[in-house]
Design a binder for this molecule. Sequence first.
Ligand code: ADP
Ligand code: MG
Length: 682
Amino acid sequence: MEMNKYQYLLQDLTKLKGVGKKTAEILKQKKIFNLFDLLFKLPKSYVDRSEKLKINQLHIGSVATLKVVVKKYSFPRIRNLPNKVICEDDTGSIECVFFNSYEGYIRKILPLSETVTISGKINYFKKKYQITNPTYVSKDSSIIEKIHNKYTLTEGISEKVYNKIINQILQNLPDLHEWLNPEVLKLFGNESWKSSILKLHDSKNIGNLNSDFYRRLVFDEILASNILFSEIRKSIKKNKKHKKIISKKNINDLEKKVNFKLTNDQKKALNEINYDLSSDSKMFRILQGDVGTGKTIVALASALNVIDSGFQVAMMAPTEILARQHYTLAKNIFPDKVKIDLLTGKTETKIKKNIYNDIETFNTHIVFGTHALFQKKINFKKLGYIIIDEQHKFGVRQRKKLSDKGGVNCDILLMSATPIPRTLTMTMYGDMDLSIIKEKPKNRKEVLTYSKNEAKIDDVLKFVKKEVLNDNQIFWVCPLIEESKKIDHESAIKKYDYLKKKFPNQVAIIHGNINPDDKEKILKKFLKKKYKILVSTTVIEVGIDFPNATVIIIENANKFGLSQLHQLRGRVGRGTKQSYCILMFKNNLSENARKRITILKKNNDGFTISLEDMKLRGFGDLLGFKQSGIKYFRLADPIHHDGLFKLAENEIRRIEKNKESLLKFKPLIKLYDQAEIINDLV
Ligand code: ADP
Ligand code: MG
């Protein structure tokens, strides 16, 4: 039965012969939990042990397989001296040398006078051939005389054990019912899943990443991910919600208050959001826009419609200071009748209780806050809209949870300042609708980017002095020398002391060791221009708006990735004044660092930069997705397999259009996503 076949593949590793708790634990560390996971760890190379040699044909330093007779033992019983076994064939003799093996074990695998096959690397020592700790010893030559794959091994698992494990799975590999469409399958030379997996582990195919079988497996993986997204979307859109009413007047009033007009892209995004709000299916949308493109006002304008329609709004930001900034802005521009609250982890208990109460009794319309907003004990009376700012690290499961949380009537908007290429967006956020703001407000001047050798710090100081005299503010980001926070702080403090002497009373510092209260105070003072220069480690908060900061100096710029540098640079150039980014570096830049700096100097558009970043670093490393666990592919790579991602997109569209039953895809999704999330979907 089909069911059992994939259940077999999802079994625990301990179900295999030769895999005990210890081995399973080691594999778990490598994120290999079951048989299926193991299938996607590819062999890196192989060792040919198929040809048997005579002792007089041996090459020193290479791996050989020999058939020999066991002649004599030498067990010296002195610590640190190895046990030895002398073996012979009709052309000569060879010593098997064993470190850390007991006499009993050696006698068992190499019984006196018997013929055995051994395989290992040949050494020559004191005029004798030797094999130290032979990889294979067996009376059954057939299990040795073949090609053995080499996998990237984890400490604690030998090549022999690993091969034994993987071969067990391959031997019992089930033939799964084909889920691919015949036309699609043809594109991959009609390779079935089973034959593809077997070929993946065939030493002949190592490194053959453009073959039909490999691409088929990549496609399977992308398709599984897309079907999952499609199902989540469908399940979210399925329930009918209360439509919200959109008023044109709101945005006109707001524009008057903020004293600027929305850009065309802002208008377009706002229209898309409003359209969703006014429809009878739930909005599940992501608003993507480069730093400084003005996402906040779009979110607030849409929120006002929801409030006018008689619902509450919750807007979450990743940090207190950013939440407070949104809160303050709303206070300034929303009509007086709108009741606004701020709730963060730091809000006083008494005030907190009042706010909880207001939320429950509909005495507040919109609440800004950090993740404190979504605690269990907070019950919105009539929540109609959740806005999440700067949460590009929300994975698909967290998003699904979020969408369930608000209930049917609650629309959802995520905002991200991480522009990414389209294929990648589909890959990461395929479950959501997408709005993009590319255009920056017209009054902006492009940030001018320069690079400067550290030795020329005096030039930089001269420039800083000029800016300070012009009443502009400066961020000074300190080197990220090592992964050590302590050292980072120290270098920031050093720079702070240095700058303080040159600019008395005008320099402040924030770093990870400063407590959040003080940090917020310092940032607030900086916002109010009490300081001119803010020295910091990389903790300059995402999203905060400092329109008066015109210079950002980034030391050791070569240590940052492109997208990170772009984000940092986005802290300036948010007002009307000309802004500057100075990338400082030490003498010997690597080729790659040089490329990054050049790209950044030439480009100000986050989409272009992230594409370049992807080309340089590969998808896995981009924006730290690998660490964040947002999306994990076994074989697929959005850069390398761009075409297959597009093919999968078309295939999903076809499946959706034909309302094709998902039954045949069930094993695919079960195997590839292994997620509880699908249980209630498929
Ligand atoms: P982000 O998209 O990075 O969140 P913000 O919403 O913080 O950007 O906006 C950055 C700055 O641009 C703010 O000071 C905001 O007032 C201003 N701004 C937003 N939209 C416009 C516009 N259409 N014209 C001029 N300034 C704008
Ligand atoms: Mg923002």
